[in-house]
Structures are given as structure tokens and as C-alpha cells.
Design a protein around this ligand. Structure first.
Ligand code: HQG
Length: 184
């Protein structure tokens, strides 16, 4: 049986190659972010990271954030969001809840108030429908700070919103006028 620690390690490795640096193991993502499962396993093995399709299925099914998804025929896999590489996830524009949350760190607050939320290295700004998730996301960067995003108002002003297969809300940018400090 594979340990929790090994599963976490593998999940991080998959995030690296399926979101950011497929070239690390010489795989390519297609325009929608998919890569062939057998090729992924083979190239990862050549790179020194060994796993089989059953383990991959286990990760897709049990990963805490459901970060990865198979296609219908289970021969392709992709990350559901979080990419820095330029791909088209193909989600359609959807009306978001009235308020969404963005978790960040204290040290970024002033800059965010100056320029709004930007996608930085990723393809989208990431938002969540619950405060708890936003807190966890913020904690990754330092002392967490939460912004409320006036998402429905943005949508009515013709900003596009997408929800990923694993429930993360995505948009291109959030201008300052749609941001409310959660401590206000
Ligand atoms: C900040 C994880 C200064 C932004 C999470 C964030 C998420 C600014 C950082 C997903 C800024 C980028 C994404 C501005 C934005 N000035 N800082 N104008 N605009 N920022 O990691 O949202 O666990 O690229 O606030 O759960 O933290 O990997 O984005 O702090 O869903 O599956 O720039 O990654 O998913 O950081 O996280 P990131 P994020 P996984």
C-alpha cells in the first residue's frame, strides 16, 4: 500500500508536470491541458518517479482538492485548474454567487488595493465560495488576509466567471472597486 506521504509527494509532482512544467519529464499537454496517461506513466518512470495507473486512479478519486481529472475513456488526465502554462480549460461562463472569497497574505494587501487582483503566474485569479478555503489558500503565502469579491456585480458588468471541475471559481482579474476587505 502506498503511504499518505507518498501520495502527497506524487500529487505535488503531478501538479508540477500537469500545471507548470510538463517539459520536466518531456511530456506535452494538448490545447485543453490533457496528456496521455500511459505516456505520463512511462516518462515519469524514466525520470525516476514510479507509479501505475491504479495509483493514478486512486489519486484522482481521493485527492483532497480533486485537483486532477480523467477524460471519459480514462486514457487522458489533466489538472482541473491552477495552470501557469497557457491552455484552454474549456469551462463556460457562469453566473457566480453574489460574493466569492480570495485568500491572500498580509504582505500583498497594499499592492492588491493598488492594482486589483491579478492572475500573476497562473492563467486565472482563483476564488472560492467559502471563507475557510480562502483562509487555507492565504496561509500558503504568509499571514492570511481575506478579500470579499463582488462577483455577481462583476458578472453583471460583463466579466467572465468559470467554475472548474473541482469547484474553484476562476476569473481573469478583479479590479479594486469589486474588492471588500473582509476586516471592514
Ligand atoms: C497575489 C492552490 C500583489 C494573490 C489554491 C496570491 C488556489 C497579488 C498570489 C490556487 C496581486 C498568487 C491558486 C497584486 C494577486 N499584488 N499580489 N495585484 N494580485 N496577488 O499561488 O490564488 O492547492 O498563483 O493574492 O488552492 O494563492 O495548488 O494563487 O496570493 O486554488 O491545488 O498573488 O492554488 O491550489 O499566488 O492560489 P498563486 P493563489 P492547489
Amino acid at each position: 500500500m502506498i503511504s499518505e506521504k507518498q501520495l502527497t509527494h506524487l500529487s505535488k509532482f503531478l501538479s508540477l508536470v500537469l500545471r507548470h512544467q510538463p517539459e520536466t519529464i518531456s511530456i506535452q499537454l494538448d490545447q485543453n491541458g490533457w496528456t496521455d496517461v500511459n505516456e505520463l506513466i512511462e516518462k515519469a518512470t524514466n525520470y525516476g518517479v514510479k507509479f501505475d495507473k491504479e495509483t493514478l486512479k486512486h489519486i484522482v478519486a481521493t485527492n483532497s482538492k480533486k485537483r486532477f481529472a480523467f477524460n471519459d475513456t480514462l486514457d487522458k488526465i489533466r489538472a482541473s485548474q491552477g495552470h501557469s502554462v497557457d491552455i484552454e480549460l474549456g469551462y463556460s461562463n457562469q453566473k457566480p454567487p453574489t460574493i466569492l472569497f480570495h485568500g491572500t497574505a498580509d504582505k500583498f494587501v497594499q499592492s492588491i488595493l493598488d492594482t486589483g487582483l491579478e492572475k500573476r503566474n497562473r492563467q486565472h485569479v482563483h476564488l472560492s465560495s467559502d471563507l475557510e478555503t480562502a483562509l487555507k489558500v492565504g496561509q500558503r503565502h504568509g499571514k492570511p488576509f481575506i478579500f470579499k469579491v463582488l462577483a455577481e456585480q462583476m458578472y453583471n458588468d460583463n466579466f467572465q466567471f468559470y467554475i472548474s471541475d473541482n469547484g474553484v471559481w476562476l476569473t481573469d482579474n478583479v479590479p479594486t472597486k469589486y474588492l471588500i476587505r473582509n476586516d471592514e
